[in-house]
Design a protein around this ligand. Structure first.
Ligand code: PEP
Ligand code: MG
Length: 569
């Protein structure tokens, strides 16, 4: 058995097809003169754009809109004026088109790969893909084609690029094994979107697995079983069927109401990072978008998006949501969210520094652009605004003043907008939790950010393995604070949802129900399962469980209690 990283759930049984890499070596001394080489490069770039645009269309149909954007971004990369200028300059200095493309791309790839920001590192992966596609066109090398892969193929490769992924026929490819890659690589995101069981990071897979040999890919456990015996095949076939049956049972929950077993209704929305995600949320029957993390619009670029671009993004999200409410969180930068285009200050302790709403209020010229775009988009659909990292009532009040000022400006300029947008607060600092009763008097809704709240309540970093044990969603101090926040919101008569990772944690669900949460916002892939789990709990059972959980003194005790309950069910 080979062990790797489980990146796309499910079980695939089939025969190995090794994806061969074609050599992209070229003769450095081949330049046919600057003019001819420039022309070759521009023709190659044009051919790349046309071909990729076709692939984007195909991918949109099988993987959905938001995930097809991964490949669409390759077109932007290949058209990037700085990159194109650099290639032209290198050609003018005597390089052939291939060498110029390689050197120009490599320069950026090196910078991107060294970034601390995960998204920027992902751009290096994409640019490597663009580089090899451009070189393949220039050298007339056919990129590995997958259209002839027979039914029941398990694809094995050192590395899979998003462009190769987009050529996959999900009817024929039943599993994927790669030597590199991880949970968040773009190819893995596409594998999940296509629903193909995938295991990444299997060292030496291409050498260890023989062409046409029979293998089992367990994308749930991250395992590859080579040449399995008949009884193992039978066992995995059964597990595969059970998995498929479970997946299709989940389809029942598409476009259903989110109801507990005792009939209470909850709102169940999606968390998104790009405007296209709203359409995906609508497709799985979400009650709109509960958290649009707008800082993603500001990442990986040299200048911040202007009012028009933001307006277009928010409007696109509203259109995608088809009339359902879209909750847009204002810019949440600082901490681990680096956005070079905003030149954030160097801080000794950025998690306790100028984060979220603090940064926005300190930079009203940037914040007001976003507020104007939100007010304008508000006229186009059901839009709600939400503030991150609030730790004082004054921050909510100051934002209201800025909103009023921006609305007055728009009125004076005769620009259509909606002045009275519902304005909510994210409760993700202990200060906001403790002041929840007062905040609830002035906010239109609460959304609890359990990721940060856990971190700040427990005074531990969410990404630090040394304190990982403390960072636990079932920590008694967190449970007490959730109960308090939700109670304050309910007493003030405002909706209170949970949008951190804990909202998608099945163990937390009955506790949050019992505390009185009115809704949840989770990644689109988690939504149906959550609706299913919720439908099994009566409010009375959840309350009984919560009463006991609140008496526990450690997360392990709470966990044991929850397991006991599940076993009794
Ligand atoms: C949170 O902190 O729980 C949250 C939803 O915000 P983010 O993860 O974007 O910081
Ligand atoms: Mg947060």
């Amino acid at each position: 058995m080979l062990q790797g990283i489980a990146v796309s759930q499910g079980i695939g049984l089939g025969r190995v097809m090794l994806l061969e890499e074609h050599s992209l070596a070229f003769d450095f001394s081949r330049s046919g003169g600057a003019q001819a080489e420039r022309q070759r490069f521009h023709l190659a770039a044009e051919s790349f754009r046309t071909h990729t645009a076709r692939q984007v269309e195909q991918l949109r149909m099988c993987a959905g809109y938001e995930d097809s954007l991964i490949l669409e971004s390759h077109i932007d990369m290949a058209c990037d004026p700085d990159l194109m200028d650099q290639v032209d300059r290198l050609i003018d200095e005597g390089a052939c088109a291939e060498q110029a493309v390689q050197e120009a791309c490599d320069g950026y790839i090196e910078i991107f790969s060294q970034s601390h920001d995960e998204l920027t590192r992902l751009r290096a992966e994409d640019l490597r893909d663009v580089r090899s596609a451009l070189l393949s066109i220039l050298l007339g090398v056919e990129k590995p084609g997958l259209c002839q892969a027979p039914r029941g193929t398990v694809l094995v490769a050192k590395e899979l690029s998003p462009s190769v992924m987009s050529g996959i026929d999900k009817e024929n490819i039943v599993g994927i094994i790669t030597e590199t890659g991880g949970m968040v690589s773009h190819s893995s995101i596409l594998a999940r979107a296509l629903g193909i069981p995938t295991v990444c990071g299997v060292a030496g897979a291409a050498a260890k697995l023989q062409k046409n040999s029979f293998v089992i890919v367990d994308g749930t456990r991250g395992e590859v079983i080579c040449s399995p015996a008949a009884n193992v095949i039978a066992d995995y076939n059964q597990r595969r069927e059970a998995f498929m049956a479970q997946r299709s049972r989940m389809k029942y929950f598409i476009n259903r109401k989110t109801l507990s077993a005792s009939g209470e209704e909850y709102s169940l929305a999606c968390n998104i990072t790009m405007p296209g995600g709203a359409a995906r949320a609508a497709a799985v029957g979400a009650d709109g978008v509960g958290l649009f993390r707008t800082e993603y619009l500001f990442m990986n670029r040299q200048t911040p998006p202007d009012e028009e671009e933001q307006f277009a993004a928010y409007t696109q999200a509203l259109e995608g949501a088809e009339g359902r409410p879209v909750t847009i969180r204002t810019l949440d930068v600082g901490g681990d969210k680096n956005t070079p285009c905003l030149a954030l200050p160097q801080e000794e302790n950025p998690f306790l520094g100028l984060r979220g709403i603090r940064w926005c209020l300190a930079n009203p010229e940037v914040f007001s652009v976003q507020l104007r775009a939100l007010l304008r988009a508000g006229a186009e659909g059901s839009l709600r605004v939400m503030l991150p990292m609030v730790s004082a009532l004054a921050e909510l009040r100051q934002t209201k003043e800025l909103l009023a000022k921006a609305a007055a400006q728009l009125t004076a300029q005769g620009v259509p907008h909606r002045a009275e947008l519902p304005l909510g607060v994210m409760i993700e600092t202990p200060a906001a939790a403790l002041m929840a009763d007062q905040l609830a008097q002035e906010a239109d809704f609460f959304s609890i950010g359990t990721n940060d709240l856990t971190s700040y309540i427990m005074a531990c970093d969410r990404g630090n393995p040394q304190v990982a044990e403390l960072y636990h969603p079932l920590q008694p101090p967190l449970l007490r604070s959730l109960q308090h926040i939700i109670r304050c919101a309910r007493q003030a008569g405002i909706p209170v949802t949970v949008c951190g990772e804990a909202a998608a944690d099945h163990r937390m669900l009955p506790l949050l129900m019992a505390f009185g949460a009115t809704g949840f916002s989770v990644p689109a892939g988690e939504l149906l399962e959550l609706r299913h789990v919720l439908s099994h709990w009566t409010l009375k059972d959840a309350q009984q469980l919560a009463r006991q959980a609140l008496d526990m003194d450690s997360p392990q005790q709470v966990e044991a209690l929850l397991t006991e309950y599940q076993e009794e069910e």
